[in-house]
Design a binder for this molecule. Sequence first.
Ligand code: TYM
Length: 345
Amino acid sequence: MSKFVDRVFSGVQPTGNLHLGNYLGAIKKFVAMQASHQCVYCVVDMHALTAWQDPTELAANTREVTAAFIAAGIDPKAHIVFNQSQVAEHAELAWIFNCVARMGWMNRMTQFKEKAGKDRENASVGLFAYPTLMAADILLYKATHVPVGDDQKQHLELTRDIAAKFNNDFGEQLERLGHGEQFFPMTEPLIEGPATRIMSLRDGSKKMSKSDASDLSRINLTDDADAIAKKIRKAKTDPAPLPDNVDDLAARPEADNLVGIYAALAETAKEQVIGEYGGREFSAFKPALADLAVDKLSPVNAEMRRLTDDPATVDATLREGAARAREIAAATMAEVRDIVGFIRG
Ligand code: TYM
């Protein structure tokens, strides 16, 4: 049996335009994990800073992600919701991990390559070191499970590599201090279900993204019913009706994406959706999808708006969450300081 308690950690960047991919790929899963796990959910404002953020917008976006968490059904009293920068131990452990991770590992990170683009010389050092901060987020809480979308898979593999190298490099010290062989757990990524990679509504080969220039490419969590319906009506499709078999979706990215969105919203499987809509035209499927999306997202949207209208309450929630997060983080960091040989007075 593992010595680690089952604990979930995950984070979302406050970089604006929270969308259906963030909701179905991450936030909706965060909600589901609460019944069975102790959960720590973080608005990663320090990660956001790896690209330029207007300070006023960063604060507003931090409150908006917090509001989305709560509106979606995360209970900040039973679990922990906070913003990363209020718990200084994240930065402290990230520094130690900067000294554990190897340049070769970091150079393989595809997200850095995508985000830095051609102008790599001009990317921030923070953008390059981003994954070590992410490993620190997770391991500070010795989290055993991390629900994320598919695009975070490589970062979670790196987190395991960092944990393993730390456990190994400091093996003798861990024995001496009575920690056994494993100080940090081998965190399990949770990347499953029909919505691990929601694609753009305008291009089935591109991920739905906050930064896409076309607002029609994504459903924002702040979109009203009319906007949601319009974006689904205008979503790119091919001319054929929906197939009778799920396997036939593989060659039809836009159809596959819409069926996946329907399945995730309805909390069912793609097979089920194809069972109901296989052979039907998009002119029949799209209105059903729009009704379902409006039905599921409108209450979240309304609650988000109510919460963002009351920033003082949101800030108090973050403050209380940070105080509880700090207790766990401080205990881990005290152990880490002893393990690496830092003197503490
Ligand atoms: P971020 O803020 O880009 O996205 C938040 C979550 O949404 C998921 N996601 C998607 N899922 C399905 N389809 C999509 N099109 C889609 N777009 C985004 C992401 O996979 C993510 O789960 N590095 C992280 C934040 C982070 C973190 C962590 C996550 C920082 N520290 C520790 C887990 C654990 C990020 O940039 O997510």
